[in-house]
Design a protein around this ligand. Structure first.
Ligand code: TRP
Length: 454
């Protein structure tokens, strides 16, 4: 059994450290851009509220009940409820999803590290959209460079996981979050002053439902899981350290609100810059952040220092997220296979690093490698797709069914510490009848289209 964190806020900080990362600052703006804006954002927000938060409460509850690594926590709650051992599969699939996500996450975090150095070097002083675009495509065309940064980031993550200082993450988040908020607000200020704030706001918040396909709805749903670190055991692993009497609902809602806030501000900072520069398309893809922000930094007073600092913050946010991607697998190896932490970390970070090579080659050597068995995607896009749009929602669906339908009400009431609270009944009803149904319907419709209409 684990030790327990001091109080609710320590959990909130660590969970926010895991949740807030590249998903909010890099992925949310770029997939919003690709999917036409407003309607996609609305669907994403609905998914956070009706699916993400209720299932996140359930996932943290499982971790706190089991008080071990996700695989062993699932083992415990499965045995406690007298269920078939196959339910432990939620933990296994999570470990695999964590490896897959880490592999491409580390590549993108590598881009952020590279941008720390590039911004500090001053090459973006007075830059234009064309120059910024060229800088980024030059980076993508250089596998050696990508490899260097990918390796550095995977190594940095391994060091923290090996040291086993999951708790130190709360301290990181405590310093990081305020600075991250502050710098996003400053960028927002630049957008208001120099960008096209009206076009940016219109793009993000005006609903153009005609642009919304079934695939886009699945992408929004998948992103709700991705951005909350939900559906693979990361948040379950953190829940294992949560004090017994801290309120689950209040805690999780706080994390969800903080996470959503960071994503929306990032979007509001980036799109005004995008629309003020006609050569940048909102649907530019994974490079959107890396092409738009250097323009702002290159053309604002103090941009050299501020831009460098911003990418340091993004890198640290990615770092505190990445730790939670391999922690579940490492914790299991240490707990059940009696491996020491260093070796366990080496194995997991090593596998993710190897897989990551296919992700970084997707932008150069393998850019035309889109075989049918990767659903016509490059390895990078496939790893993103199979995790965010399949494994995480599936993990969440099983968690909702397990907690909502199969665990005894007595245990739920005890864990929720809320016999008299009307919120408990509302949560349970949503967890039983709304979240799993929505996840299943969206997955069936969208996957049907993806599989049979291309
Ligand atoms: N939520 C993080 C982000 O938005 C990424 C992440 C960390 C994650 N741990 C996770 C995603 C677990 C899914 C599952 O950047």
């Amino acid at each position: 059994m684990h030790g327990v964190w001091g109080n609710r806020w320590t959990f909130i900080l660590a969970a926010t450290g895991s949740a807030v990362g590249l998903g909010n600052i890099w992925k949310f703006p770029y997939i919003t851009g690709e999917n036409g804006g407003g309607a996609f954002v609305l669907v994403y927000l609905v998914c956070i509220a009706l699916i993400g938060i209720p299932i996140m409460i359930a996932e943290v509850l499982l971790g706190r009940r089991g008080r071990m690594s996700p695989i062993n926590s699932m083992h415990f709650v499965t045995a406690e409820a007298n269920l078939n051992k196959a339910w432990t599969g939620i933990g296994w699939m999570g470990v695999l999803a964590g490896l897959f996500i880490m592999s491409f996450y580390s590549v993108v975090a590598g881009w952020a590290l590279h941008y720390v150095v590039t911004l500090a070097s001053g090459v973006f002083e007075g830059t234009t959209a064309e120059e910024a675009g060229k800088q980024f495509s030059d980076l993508l065309a250089n596998p050696t460079m990508l490899m260097l940064w990918h390796t550095l980031f995977a190594g940095m993550t391994a060091i923290i996981v090996a040291a086993g200082v999951t708790r130190g993450l709360a301290a990181v988040a405590k310093i990081l979050m305020p600075f991250l908020f502050l710098s996003l607000f400053i960028l927002l200020g630049y957008g208001v002053a120099k960008g096209d704030i009206a076009a940016g706001a219109d793009f993000l918040f005006a609903f153009r439902f005609d642009k919304l396909s079934a695939e886009a709805v699945l992408e929004a749903l998948g992103h709700a899981f991705f951005t909350l670190s939900l559906g693979m055991g990361a948040i379950m692993a953190y829940g294992a350290y949560m004090p017994a009497h801290a309120s689950l609902a209040k805690t999780v809602i706080t994390v969800g609100i903080l996470d959503t806030f960071v994503a929306l501000i990032a979007g509001m900072a980036i799109f005004p810059i995008v629309f003020a520069n006609p050569s940048i398309e909102p649907g530019a893809g994974p490079g959107l952040l890396f092409v738009s922000l250097p323009i702002a930094f290159g053309n604002m007073p103090g941009g050299l220092i501020f831009g460098t600092l911003f990418f340091v913050l993004v890198s640290v946010a990615a770092w505190s997220s990445a730790v939670s991607l391999i922690e579940p697998g490492v914790a299991w190896l240490v707990e059940s296979k009696k491996l020491n932490r260093l070796n366990a970390t080496f194995i997991f970070a090593g596998i993710a690093w190897l897989l990551g090579i296919s992700a970084l080659l997707s932008f150069n050597v393998l850019s035309d490698f889109t075989p049918l068995y990767l659903f016509n995607r490059t390895p990078f896009d496939f790893l993103d797709f199979i995790t965010a749009q399949i494994m995480l929602p599936l993990g969440g669906l099983f968690i909702a069914i397990f907690v909502g339908w199969l665990m005894s009400r007595k245990i739920l009431v005890k864990e929720m510490d809320a016999e008299t609270h009307p919120l408990f009944d509302i949560w349970l009803i949503i967890l039983r009848f709304v979240s799993p149904v929505l996840v299943a319907v969206v997955m069936i419709f969208a996957l049907y289209k993806i599989l049979f209409s291309s």
